[in-house]
Ligand binder design. Structure first.
Ligand SMILES: [Zn+2]
Length: 433
C-alpha cells in the first residue's frame, strides 16, 4: 500500500458557514460556572451537512473539533483559554507505572472480585515486576513480566478469557455506530447529575445533538487482511459500551478516522468511579488504534483526546499519556508536549515553530481578517441547490460583505488544500449577517 498517494475520498463533504460567534468559557471559571463575558472566541464555525472521514481528519489536524454536526476552530490568539490540538503517538505509547497498576487492579477486580486483600495483592504483584533498587526505572534485567497494553487491556474481558478460566464479574466492551437508546440516555443523565452536579434535567434532544448526531459518512477501513471480530470495519462515529455484569456502566463516544481514534466524550456511572473508567478508556482507545493498525490499516497511529488547555488544571490530565504532541497554532506542525510546556508557562498564546510569535498577555492587535486571493476562490465550490454548484469566485460577485467574509473565513480556516479539494462544497444554508 502506498501511503503517500492515497486517493481523495469519493464522499462529498458539505459545509454550511456560520458567523463565528464567541461564547462564554467554562475553563477559567469555578467548577460548574462560566465566564460572564463571551471570552471563548472562534476563528471559524460551520455546520457539516455531511463530512468524509478524510476531510474531518484534515480539519482536526488544523485545530478544528466537532460537537455533533457543529464544527469550530478556536481563535487561539484572542480566546481566554487557548485550546491546542493534542495527539498521542499510540505506537510509541509506554504505560506509566501508575497506569500499569490501574489496569492490573481493574483486571484483578473483575477476575477475583473485591476481596479485602485485593489492594495488598496489587502492590505485591507490582513489587515483583519492579527492578530492585531502581524505583524509577533502572535496568530492566530483573523485570518479571513486561506490560503489554493490548493483552492487558483485554485480559478481564468476557470474550477474551481463556476457555478454562472464570471471572467473578462479567466485563464486556462493545463498539457500535453511534445511536440513541434509552439506556445510554439514562447513563448520560446520571453522569450529568452525579459527576457534573448539574441540577437541570437533561432532555433526549440535547443528548442526541451533542453525542449521537454526527456528520461523518462511514467508509471501509483499509485493512490488508480480515481484522479480528471486535474491531470496527468502517471509519465513522461510534459508541463504545462498557458493561459490568450486564449493566451499562460507561460509554465512550469516539470517531475512528484514517490516522487516529478521536475521543469525543466519556461518561460513566458514579457507582464505579473507583475503577478509574475514564483513565481506563484512554488506554483502551490507545490500544484500539494500535489493534486497527496491526490488522493492516497502516495509516492509523494516534489517539486524539480533544484539546489540551494549559490554563485549565483539570484538562492537563491529557498530558499524562506519553509521547504526546501539540499542534502549532500557526503552521500546524507537531511538537513534543514537554518542549511546549515552558512556552505555555510563560505565554497565554504560545507558538512552537516560531516562539517569538508567542504573546504573554492579551492580544491587542486588529481582529483577524482572512485574506484569501480571489483567484484561489476559483477552485472552491459553492453548492447552489438542485445538484448545481458554482465557484466561490462566481458566488461572491454581487454578494454582500458578510457573505464574502464568511467564505474567506471558512476557506482560510480549512486551508487551501482542503477548501479546494474536489469533493468539498460550501453551502449557504443559514443566513449570514
Ligand atoms: Zn477561559
Amino acid at each position: 500500500m502506498n501511503m503517500t498517494s492515497r486517493e481523495p475520498s469519493r464522499i462529498f463533504s458539505i459545509l454550511s458557514p456560520l458567523n463565528p460567534n464567541g461564547g462564554t468559557c467554562g475553563y477559567c471559571s469555578p467548577p460548574g460556572e462560566r465566564s460572564a463575558a463571551k471570552t471563548n472566541l472562534h476563528d471559524a464555525e460551520c455546520i457539516a451537512e455531511q463530512l468524509s472521514c478524510q476531510a474531518y481528519q484534515a480539519m482536526i489536524d488544523r485545530g478544528w473539533r466537532r460537537s455533533g454536526t457543529y464544527l469550530y476552530k478556536p481563535d487561539m490568539k484572542r480566546t481566554c483559554c487557548p485550546q491546542y490540538t493534542i495527539r498521542l503517538d499510540s505506537r510509541g505509547f509506554k504505560a506509566s507505572k501508575s497506569q500499569r497498576k490501574m489496569v492490573n487492579r481493574f483486571n484483578r477486580f473483575i477476575i477475583q472480585g473485591d476481596g479485602k486483600n485485593g489492594d495488598a495483592m496489587a502492590d505485591g504483584m507490582d513489587a515483583k515486576s519492579r527492578p530492585t533498587g531502581h524505583p524509577k526505572g533502572g535496568q530492566a534485567s530483573q523485570k518479571v513480566a513486561a506490560f503489554e497494553l493490548e493483552s492487558a487491556i483485554h485480559a478481564a474481558e468476557e470474550d477474551f478469557l481463556k476457555p478454562d478460566s472464570t471471572a467473578v464479574h462479567k466485563f464486556e466492551v462493545t463498539l457500535e455506530p453511534s445511536s440513541f437508546t434509552e439506556e445510554k440516555f439514562a447513563l448520560y443523565q446520571s453522569y450529568q447529575r452525579e459527576i457534573h452536579r448539574e441540577e437541570k434535567e437533561k432532555n433526549p434532544s440535547s443528548f442526541k445533538r451533542f453525542l449521537v448526531e454526527s456528520p461523518l459518512v462511514s467508509e471501509d477501513i483499509a485493512y490488508t487482511h480480515p481484522p479480528p471480530a471486535h474491531l470496527p470495519r468502517q471509519y465513522g462515529s461510534y459508541h463504545q459500551l462498557y458493561r459490568l455484569d450486564g449493566k451499562l456502566v460507561a460509554v465512550g463516544v469516539i470517531d475512528i478516522l484514517p490516522t487516529c481514534v478521536s475521543s469525543v466524550y466519556f461518561m460513566y456511572e458514579k457507582e464505579w468511579e473507583k475503577l478509574s473508567l475514564g483513565k481506563m478508556s484512554a488506554l483502551r482507545e490507545i490500544s484500539l488504534a494500535n489493534e486497527i493498525r496491526t490488522a493492516g490499516a497502516l495509516e492509523m497511529g494516534f489517539l486524539y483526546m480533544g484539546y489540551y488547555i494549559h490554563t485549565c488544571q483539570k484538562m492537563r490530565y491529557k498530558g499524562d499519556y506519553s509521547p504526546s504532541y501539540l499542534a502549532d497554532p500557526e503552521d500546524y506542525t507537531w511538537h513534543p508536549l514537554e518542549k511546549c510546556i515552558p512556552l505555555l508557562e510563560k505565554n497565554r498564546f504560545a507558538t512552537f515553530s516560531h516562539p517569538e510569535h508567542s504573546i504573554a498577555g492579551d492580544f491587542l492587535g486588529p481582529s483577524h481578517d482572512p485574506e484569501v486571493p480571489t483567484s484561489e476562490l476559483d477552485e472552491v465550490k459553492v453548492f447552489i441547490g438542485r445538484g448545481r454548484y458554482c465557484t466561490a469566485k462566481q458566488y461572491i460577485e454581487g454578494e454582500n460583505k458578510p457573505t464574502i467574509r464568511a467564505i474567506m473565513t471558512l476557506v482560510d480556516a480549512l486551508g487551501l488544500p482542503l477548501a479546494q479539494s474536489q469533493n468539498l462544497l460550501l453551502y449557504f444554508k443559514y443566513v449570514i449577517t
